[in-house]
Write a protein that binds this ligand. Structure first.
Ligand SMILES: [Zn+2]
Length: 351
């Protein structure tokens, strides 16, 4: 018979595979281990062609390695916590759990029908207590070691949805779900002390053979190790403005200061100056901008003069204070000195 009828042939074979636990993997010291993990799908409803493509590639490798005698662990699971479940629940007026588990059942059936060689006995869903109890256990271990801590920090917040939004959920300054203007709200949050591993990560970049220089540099920049000093500048009324700089050697060339829109002084400084309204308007606008967008070097730098000055302690000259969208509160003190003659970014803003 030359005719291939998938409905007949595949369903029959898949039934046998399942009955015989063909893809079950058990510990076996005589074989070399091979762990093959593809990205877990989000249980959004139905398997789409992107899944089929991705998991077909993985399955080819799994089958190849099995035929080469490896003990292949090829599991499947569900990345099942998050906004989409919450949105679907709101839209349909049902419990997120009901919606999520129904989708998982449907998508599991689809994956099985595609004949992928998963060990379904190893299936996990991140919304199962059996799974996330281990995440909670790990969290507690990190807490005991002082690797997690609480701190107040500004977050993207939609007042209509009454929820915190990820940067990706802020589109053009408005909430992706309801179109409401997103505001920055100070909230107490949990943080991981990843900077405690900064030195280790940084040094390890040089121990990775075969990685392109470009990627390693990106990684190093991301780790964001900056050595610098804090410098106090004083204003006419004696108020101190503390800035962080990696280039104290350029202090003589300072021509202006820039504060992050989130800086506590940002809305204080312009009070009573002709720049008051313009500054407040700008701070509101800049705070609504996406943080990752603002951190990009290439964006159009924008700023406003606050109407106030500080004195350069070395030269005695008065330098104006600006608010700039490219300065982030998370970096240093949230205030920088600008030296257009020695820094490209400062030069661009100055122009
Ligand atoms: Zn909203």
């Amino acid at each position: 018979m030359n005719h291939y009828d998938p409905q007949v042939i595949e369903e029959k074979r898949q039934e046998i595979w399942e009955r015989e636990h063909l893809f079950r993997v058990t510990e076996d010291g005589t074989k070399e281990k091979y762990y093959l993990l593809e990205m877990f799908p989000y249980p959004s409803g139905k398997i789409h062609m992107g899944h089929v493509r991705n998991y077909s590639i993985g399955d080819v490798i799994a089958r190849y390695k099995r035929m080469r005698g490896y003990n292949v662990l090829h599991p499947m699971g569900w990345d099942a916590f998050g906004m989409p479940a919450e949105n679907a629940a709101i839209d349909r007026g049902i419990q997120p759990a009901t919606w999520t588990y129904e989708n998982i059942d449907y998508m599991r059936k689809q994956l099985k029908r595609l004949g992928f060689s998963y060990d379904w006995e190893r299936e996990i869903a991140t919304c199962d207590v059996d799974y996330y109890r281990w995440e909670q256990w790990m969290f507690l271990k990190m807490y005991e070691k002082g690797l997690v801590y609480r701190k107040s920090s500004p977050v993207n917040y939609c007042q209509k949805c009454q929820t915190v939004l990820a940067n990706e959920q802020v589109e053009g300054g408005v909430c992706w779900r309801c179109g409401e203007q997103v505001v920055q709200k100070e909230l107490t949050q949990w943080f991981f002390g990843i900077t405690q591993y900064g030195d280790e990560l940084f040094e390890y970049c040089d121990k990775l053979p075969g990685w392109p220089e470009r990627v390693l540099n990106m990684q190093k920049n991301w780790i964001g190790k900056s050595y610098g000093v804090e410098v106090d500048f004083s204003m006419e009324d004696g108020t101190l403005l503390t800035i962080f700089t990696t280039r104290p050697d350029t202090l003589f060339g300072v021509t202006f200061m820039v504060l992050a829109p989130e800086h506590p002084l940002a809305t204080e400084l312009p009070k009573g100056t002709p720049q008051e309204q313009a500054t407040l308007d700008f701070v509101k606008k800049a705070k609504a901008q996406d943080k990752s967008f603002r951190a990009e070097i290439a964006i159009n730098k924008e700023g406003v003069f606050t109407g106030r000055y500080v004195t350069n302690p070395l030269t005695g000259t008065k330098v104006p204070i600006y608010i700039g969208n490219f300065v982030l509160m998370e970096y240093g003190t949230g205030a920088i000195m600008s030296v257009p003659a020695h820094d490209q970014s400062d030069f661009e803003f100055a122009k």
